[in-house]
Design a protein around this ligand. Structure first.
Ligand code: CAA
Length: 258
């Protein structure tokens, strides 16, 4: 049984909870290992939506576990340690929509985790920051790459160089989060969004995500070709025909994911 996380998959919605509230859900080696195992389970189960959240009242995640920080003697050792942090890329590559439900401290590696998700919904009490340059390093789990792509180079540089913490409304204004809700309403709002997504055609949602992610890496013209190829495939699906039938029959479509 995992000790530092919880994974619940119900009604095709997966909730992965970071569960070390006494350490503000800091990313210890054990927690990272357990997240890796949970992600393998999510990849197998293929839920419609993946939610990442943190237990306890004070933090989504206060970043890497500083108590486990150990200088290493060689870049070979450092590289081995970096590869053990692959949960970040693995979350980004999940084929279903992913939502980070963030509250309280969302710092360093915790913010980098939230950045791997497709959407971020924040509680009013959320506080965001990159403290790494004050810890003798800099964000190394995607922060220097994903933050500038999301909020622009200058804002990301400001956050990373100063380590200053943002509150939820600053984060919303900057585009770091999609929405801010009251702290009590956070999980209710995230579950509502997950239900809206899962009411839509499974393949439509999945291929839209694929088109967006693949399109980001190529020039527009090539992105449009990717979109066209995937979109032509949609026209052949049962769910596309079902949606038109349901419209004519004035009822809700029953999607099967085929
Ligand atoms: N690693 C390990 N333990 C942590 C932790 C972390 N990142 N953040 C908090 N904790 C622990 C504290 O040590 C404390 O445990 P004890 O009760 O056993 O002492 C407990 O969580 C509660 O924290 P505080 O007593 O410090 O609570 P506070 O309200 O006084 O301060 C805080 C809260 C401002 C978030 C402060 O805990 C803090 O600054 N934490 C570190 C945040 C940080 O710098 N994160 C970035 C790490 S680097 C990274 O993520 C990227 C990388 O890979 C290099």
């Amino acid at each position: 049984m995992p000790e530092c996380i919880e994974l619940n998959i119900e009604n095709e919605i997966a909730e992965l909870w970071l569960n070390r509230p006494n350490a503000l859900n800091a990313l210890s080696a054990q927690l990272v290992g357990e997240v890796n195992d949970a992600l393998a389970e999510v990849e197998r189960a293929r839920p419609r939506v993946f939610i990442l959240a943190g237990r306890g009242e004070r933090a989504f995640c206060a970043g890497a576990d500083i108590k486990e920080f150990k200088p290493v003697a060689t870049t070979v050792e450092a590289r081995a340690r970096h590869y053990s942090r692959n949960i970040f890329d693995r979350i980004e590559k999940l084929p279903m929509p992913t939502i980070a439900a963030v509250h309280g401290y969302t710092l360093g590696g915790g913010l980098e985790l939230a950045l791997c998700c497709d959407m971020r919904i924040a509680a009013e009490n959320a506080r965001f920051g990159f403290p790494e340059t004050g810890l003798g390093t800099f964000p190394g789990a995607g922060g220097t790459q994903r933050a500038p792509r999301l909020i622009g180079r200058s804002q990301a540089m400001w956050m990373i160089f100063t380590g200053e913490r943002l509150n939820a409304s600053d984060a919303l204004r900057m585009g770091l989060v999609n929405k801010v809700v009251s702290t009590d309403a956070l999980m209710g709002e995230v579950c509502k969004i997950a239900s809206m997504i899962s009411a839509n055609a499974p393949l439509g949602v999945q291929y839209a995500k694929e088109a967006i992610l693949r399109g980001e890496k190529v020039p527009l013209e090539e992105g449009i070709r990717i979109e066209t190829d995937l979109n032509m495939f949609m026209d052949t699906t049962d769910d596309y025909a079902e949606a038109a039938r349901a419209f004519i029959e004035k009822r809700k479509p029953v999607f099967t994911g085929r």
